[in-house]
Design a protein around this ligand. Structure first.
Ligand SMILES: Nc1nc2c(ncn2[C@@H]2O[C@H](COP(=O)(O)OP(=O)(O)OP(=O)(O)O)[C@@H](O)[C@H]2O)c(=O)[nH]1
Ligand SMILES: [Zn+2]
Length: 201
C-alpha cells in the first residue's frame, strides 16, 4: 500500500484482521441505550441534570471511538538518513474493551528509516488512529508497529506504550498509579543491542 496518498478509509482497511472497517455508529440507538442503562441503574432520567445525559454520553463515546481524518504525508529519504527517528512521550488515551473505561498514558514510537520518512506528527497521529477504538493495550501496541512496518517498510520499528488503566484504578483491584508497559520491536530493533538501547534510554 502506498501511504503518500493514503486516506483514513485506506488505513482502516489495512490488512490486519483486527482492523476491519468499523461499522458506523448509530447515535440515536446509542442514546436510547444509555437512557435504558441509566434507568437500569435506578436513576431518574427526567432529573434536569440527567435529561440530556444520554445524548452527551452517546456523543462522547462516538467522539472517543472515531479517529480524525489525517493526511498521511511522507517524504523521500533523499539524504539516506539511517539513524533512529524516535518521538517520545506522546500522550494517548483509549477505551478498555473489557470495561469501556479509559486507559491513558504515553507512547514512544520510533523507526529506522528505509526509503521514506513520515512527517513526525504522523507518528503521534498513528497512535491516535488505533487508540480511538475499544482496545487492549497489547493489540494497540502491535497495531501501531504493524502499521509502521506496512506503510514505511523501515529497517526496524519500536513501539512502547505505558498506560494506567482506569479499570484497575477505579474499580476491581483498585490500584491507582500502576503502569502497564507493552512493547513491540521489529527488524534491526528486534535484537538487544546499541540501537535498542538508544530507543530505551
Ligand atoms: N491483557 C490485558 N488485560 C486487560 C487490559 N485492560 C484490562 N484488562 C484486564 O482484563 C481482565 C478482564 O477479565 P475479567 O476477570 O473477566 O474481569 P473482571 O472480573 O472485571 O476483573 P478484575 O478487573 O480483576 O475485577 C482484567 O484482568 C483487566 O485487568 C489490557 O489492555 N490488556
Ligand atoms: Zn478494563
Amino acid at each position: 500500500m502506498s501511504i503518500s496518498s493514503a486516506t483514513l478509509p485506506d488505513l482502516l482497511a489495512f490488512e490486519d484482521p483486527a482492523l476491519e472497517v468499523r461499522a458506523p455508529i448509530d447515535l440515536p440507538a446509542a442514546q436510547a441505550a444509555i437512557a435504558d442503562f441509566l434507568r437500569a441503574l435506578g436513576r431518574d432520567v427526567n432529573d434536569p441534570h440527567l435529561l440530556d445525559t444520554p445524548r452527551r454520553v452517546a456523543a462522547a463515546y462516538a467522539e472517543m471511538l472515531t479517529p480524525r481524518e489525517t493526511n498521511w504525508t511522507t517524504f523521500p529519504n533523499d539524504e539516506g538518513y539511517a539513524g533512529l527517528v524516535l518521538v517520545k512521550d506522546v500522550p494517548f488515551h483509549s477505551l478498555c474493551q473489557h470495561h469501556l473505561l479509559p486507559f491513558r498514558g504515553v507512547a514512544h514510537v520510533g523507526y529506522l528509516p528505509g526509503d521514506r520518512l513520515f512527517g513526525l506528527s504522523k507518528l503521534a497521529r498513528g497512535v491516535e488512529l488505533f487508540a480511538r477504538d475499544l482496545q487492549v493495550q497489547e493489540r494497540l501496541t502491535q497495531q501501531v508497529a504493524d502499521w509502521l512496518e506496512e506503510t514505511l517498510s523501515p529497517r526496524g520499528v519500536g513501539v512502547v506504550l505505558e498506560a494506567e488503566h482506569m479499570c484497575m484504578s477505579l474499580r476491581g483491584v483498585q490500584v491507582s498509579g500502576s503502569l502497564t508497559r507493552t512493547s513491540v520491536f521489529t527488524g534491526k530493533l528486534a535484537d538487544a543491542g546499541p540501537l535498542r538501547d538508544q530507543f530505551l534510554q
